[in-house]
Design a protein around this ligand. Structure first.
Ligand code: HPA
Ligand code: ZN
Length: 334
């Protein structure tokens, strides 16, 4: 099963590029930029990665991101993730980035997106890996700040597929961002939102009805609301689930208690993703392998997750069909 999972063609749809920054590269970039970190070694950084909830993670995640200053820094971080994803047979990836984490420190929007986009282009050339970029607004900041960020992004609109919503969920409901999401939709961008990670099912309803999202990021709290489950299943609205993240941030006490299998059995379009792989102990394959073992998922379940990952993506139908054929060939030949 492990070999089957490693080799299966897959898409990743929920990865924060800043969350792929491994401590080794963090130290390298700090040195290159003449910055000091509040940690003395890679081991000390890893030891600090013990979280009690989402906020306790975010506090350290924003500190780590301070080493990113130059276009080349964003390139190097993104390229490191793409190499890893390629090794794990990720054929397509949809990457979140948090411009406000950087523009609020005086780094220009162009520096951020320029470095990330150049790495994505190189991965297409070198590995034939396709990608999309999703720009997230930090929901703990104001709606006006999000609108201002969208305006800075418009000159680069052709590089961005969708806008999203991340950071501290509780107390920052989707309805806070209706105006900026309406504007993004009017500009032809798609929308997604983190909802129901720690927040209640009502935040998922709001994301669907007020922000008109194409997918829900996390969405694991949806199973507490049967009418919501019915809607998500009927409309096959994808949920980008991140099992190792959910355990690291104590959404579930253990992988054995995770509701992924339940979601699949309720005919929800669930996918498995890494969220912040440098912080949560694994990339997409580790997520799949460990959740599969913990929940005793079948080979059919794994195939379904891989199939869902392509169907839930923002690829065109032609691109989806070509990847789904690749998937069928792999399964038939394994
Ligand atoms: N939730 C909210 N915000 C985030 C996350 C997450 O899991 N990862 C990075 N920013
Ligand atoms: Zn996330």
């Amino acid at each position: 099963m492990e070999a089957f999972i490693r080799g299966i063609p897959k898409a990743e749809l929920h990865i924060h590029i800043e969350g792929s920054l491994e401590p080794e590269l963090m130290f390298q970039l700090a040195k290159r930029n003449g910055l000091s970190l509040p940690f003395s070694s890679v081991e000390e950084v890893r030891a600090a990665y013990r979280f009690s909830d989402l906020q306790s993670f975010l506090d350290i995640y924003y500190v780590g991101a301070r080493v990113l200053l130059k276009e080349q820094d964003f390139y190097d971080m993104t390229w490191a993730y793409l190499e890893k994803a390629h090794q794990q047979n990720v054929r397509h990836t949809e990457i979140f980035f948090d411009p406000q984490t950087h523009t609020d420190r005086g780094v220009s929007f162009k520096t951020v997106i320029g470095g990330i986009h150049r790495a994505l282009t190189d991965a297409t050339i070198r590995y034939g890996m396709s990608s999309r970029l999703i720009m997230c607004f930090l929901r703990h900041l104001t709606a006006d700040a999000a609108l201002n960020t969208l305006e800075q992004a418009l000159p680069f609109k052709h590089w961005i597929a969708a806008v999203g919503l991340d950071s501290s969920e509780l107390g920052h409901p989707p309805e806070k961002f209706v105006t900026v999401f309406e504007r993004a939709l009017a500009e032809g961008l798609l929308t997604v939102a983190h909802a129901g990670e720690e927040g209640p099912p009502d935040y998922i309803w709001q994301a669907l009805d007020l922000l008109r999202v194409s997918r829900i990021d996390h969405g694991v709290q949806s199973t507490r609301d049967s009418a919501l489950v019915e809607r998500l299943a009927a409309e096959q609205i994808p949920l980008t689930v991140c099992p190792l993240s959910n355990v690291a941030l104590r959404v579930f006490d253990s992988l054995q208690q995770h509701n992924l299998k339940q979601m699949l059995d309720m005919n929800l379009c669930a996918t498995v993703n890494s969220d912040d792989p440098a912080y949560f102990g694994g990339y997409v394959n580790e997520n799949l392998i460990q959740v599969c073992a913990a929940l005793d998922l079948s080979r059919d379940d794994v195939c379904r997750l891989a199939k869902n990952s392509f169907n839930a993506s923002f690829l065109s139908d032609i691109e989806k069909n070509s990847m789904l054929r690749e998937l069928d060939d792999y399964v038939a030949g394994f």
